[in-house]
Design a protein around this ligand. Sequence first.
Ligand code: MN
Length: 202
Amino acid sequence: MPAKESLERYRKKRDLSATPEPEGDDNKTSKGHIFVIQKHDASNLHYDFRLEVNGVLKSWAVPKGPSTDPDVKRLAMPTEDHPLEYAGFEGVIPEGHYGAGTVMVWDTGTYRNLRHDKENNEISMEDSINKGKIEVWLDGKKLKGGYVIIRTNLGGKESWLLKKMKDDMADPRRDPVSTEPDSAKTGRSLEEIAGEKGDKKE
Ligand code: MN
């Protein structure tokens, strides 16, 4: 799907003249593989997990945030595609607007698609998403190693589960959501971001 169509829901939900969030460029054709996890202090604190796929950020809201323990599954609710520019967004969405609250770049980096078929051909990220099984290697500042995201339909509603894969980077004793709460981009806490001045778009 072209980025323009894919970002329709994102734009419909927002008054982009009144929130500092990026509008997004439909012609972005980055071949990169960005991942970002944004800590979002909205009505309920959650972590927005986003993967760059075909020029947009595929997104899931993870209420409890990611775990580094392969025995822990975390609920991940799909949300609308976001523009690539969103990956760098840290700031405050004003009261009365969709997602009102503070957004922090909690972790960011690049990812690698780990899925291959029996002949060892890569299964595209798009196919992985359509089939409801994603396996990626994250190379972030806080999270590293394999993660799997699997679609399950709990109670008839589309939901996914995020889980650390069993590899050398798995560590049940780590709990970065609580021990590394600050921004991977600026080192700021949620309170410091919330207190920033002049965060309006020019
Ligand atoms: Mn959110």
